[in-house]
Write a protein that binds this ligand. Structure first.
Ligand SMILES: [Zn+2]
Length: 488
């Protein structure tokens, strides 16, 4: 009896303490939200690695680092060395594993909404206002939007569009034209309907060009422009950085051109999305993922050069919208070991390998023996018992059996079963099995073909960067920008 009473008192005491603590936290949170700052940047760069969280950035650092046991060392990315680092929580109003439409809306506009909704609240009717729209309308800044994927895709659209469904690509394209923003660049447009959306943009004064020389000579006198990469994939996106050649215009070059077009005395806002980090994450292709993370970092370097030329006026933010793929450094079969250096033998992305396989099939030259030749050339992987300059790339019997099954499943179309959906995630069975094998050998694990609920780091440099420290909701990123830019 006595014990019970004591226990009850203890529970009550804990409950009281918990409520006081909860109150304290609430007060602290509102105090943090209502922070003030004297900083006033007028050149703001917002980099979003779609599907990029700590696993992606650190995988890039391990990949380029020293993998030799006894001298293990990271090769730091540029933006991970920024002086301020924060952490944002990414859940939206419908999911802890949110999509890019809702999360980019939170980053651009400061409120939560449903997965799939762009620039509108949970009622799917009330339109918000984005940081890009506010600085353009209230401050007369110029605005640029760059993406390595299509420009009417969710993340770039969340800076200029307000629509209940992210899939209404044609209407989103029309809203892009109506935005009056000064510079669009990168991929092309989904549902362009025979280039009809280009006509809509041209009708309101945009120069639409995919000519490499024209793009590289753009400047402050070019007017409103949409620079479409001259080298696109079939899906309208830029190529994976891994598959690019000298003719390709890189994300970094599109940022450099953006600065040339946007620079003016009043100010500018430039958002640049590394969209294919997400696509490679969905497809569980670590090398494509890492290469595009490095390409984003190279784009950040261009902004950093500008920041050094315009100190006290420039703010650079680098973050992700959510994590994709459940990527992890560490895998069950490799224990405490990693061998990221062996992934350097992968010479093309899963998309390029899919195309290679399709071409061989079309030529009637594709069988398992031919596949094994292609696998050795493009991934460095060889069959069990073979000689290989990189012994770690000799497949064991289990891995070889996985590849044989993938080959057979591709041939027979057996991809819809429960096991196959877990193995292939809807991708080509052969290429995803190859990336799984080489990733796992290197010590990378994947848990999903979709987005996960991992929080995402926020890296900040320059004027006002200090307000991005701490852990907060993704909506705070926009609210902090509103305050820094002094817009309502
Ligand atoms: Zn995604």
């Amino acid at each position: 009896m006595r014990f019970r009473k004591t226990a009850m008192s203890l529970i009550v005491a804990v409950m009281v303490a918990a409520s006081v603590f909860a109150q304290g936290v609430t007060e602290t949170q509102s105090a943090v939200s209502a922070y003030t700052t004297d900083a006033s940047p007028k050149y703001v760069f917002m980099f979003i690695g779609d599907g990029m969280s700590s696993p992606q950035t650190n995988a890039a650092q391990v990949y380029n680092g020293n993998n030799v046991s006894g001298a293990i060392e990271l090769e730091k990315l540029t933006f991970t060395q920024f002086p301020v680092v924060g952490l944002q929580y990414t859940q939206d109003s419908t999911s802890f594993c949110p999509d890019s439409a809702s999360t980019a809306t939170s980053l651009s506009s400061g409120f939560k909404t449903h997965s799939g909704v762009i620039g509108m609240g949970v009622d799917k009717v009330t339109a918000g206002e984005t940081i890009a729209e506010k600085v353009k309308q209230q401050l007369g800044w110029k605005v640029g939007i760059i993406s390595s994927v299509t420009l009417n895709h969710a993340t770039p659209a969340a800076y200029y569009a307000h629509i209940a469904s992210r899939n209404d690509y044609y209407e989103i394209g029309e809203q892009m034209a109506a935005s009056g923003f000064d510079y669009f660049a990168g991929g092309s447009l989904l549902e362009n309907d025979g280039d009809a959306l280009y006509g809509v943009l041209e009708d309101v004064g945009y120069t639409v060009t995919s000519d490499r020389d024209t793009i590289l000579s753009l400047n402050a006198d070019s007017g409103k422009v949409y620079a479409v990469s001259p080298e696109l994939q079939d899906d309208g996106a830029m190529k994976y950085a891994l598959d690019m050649d000298d003719d390709d215009i890189t994300l970094a070059e599109f940022v450099r051109k953006g600065i040339d077009v946007l620079y003016n005395e009043k100010g500018f806002f430039l958002m640049c999305e590394g969209g294919k980090i997400d696509w490679a994450g969905h497809a569980n292709d670590a090398v494509a993922n890492i290469s595009d993370t490095i390409a984003l970092d190279e784009a950040v370097e261009v902004a950093l050069e500008f920041a050094f030329q315009h100190p006290d006026e420039t703010l650079i933010i680098v973050t992700g919208d959510h994590e994709t793929g459940g990527m992890t450094i560490g895998y069950a079969a490799t224990g405490y070991d990693t061998a990221f250096d062996i992934m350097k033998n992968q010479k093309m992305s899963f998309v390029a390998f899919d195309e290679y396989v399709a071409n061989e099939k079309a030529a009637g030259t594709f069988d398992f023996d031919r596949l094994m030749e292609m696998v050795e050339d493009e991934f460095g992987l060889t069959a069990p018992g073979t000689d290989n300059d990189v012994p770690a790339l000799v497949m064991n019997e289990y891995e070889y059996a996985r590849l044989q099954k993938a080959y057979e499943d591709d041939r027979s179309g057996n991809t819809d079963g429960y096991e196959e959906s877990l193995l292939y995630g809807g991708y080509n069975p052969i290429s995803i099995t190859l990336t799984h094998i080489i990733n796992n050998k290197a010590g990378i694990g994947w848990t999903s073909y979709a987005h996960t609920g991992l929080p995402v780091p926020v890296y900040a440099f320059g004027e006002g960067a200090e307000v991005f420290g701490g852990a907060y909701d993704n909506t705070e990123v926009a609210k902090k920008l509103f305050a820094l830019c002094d817009v309502e």
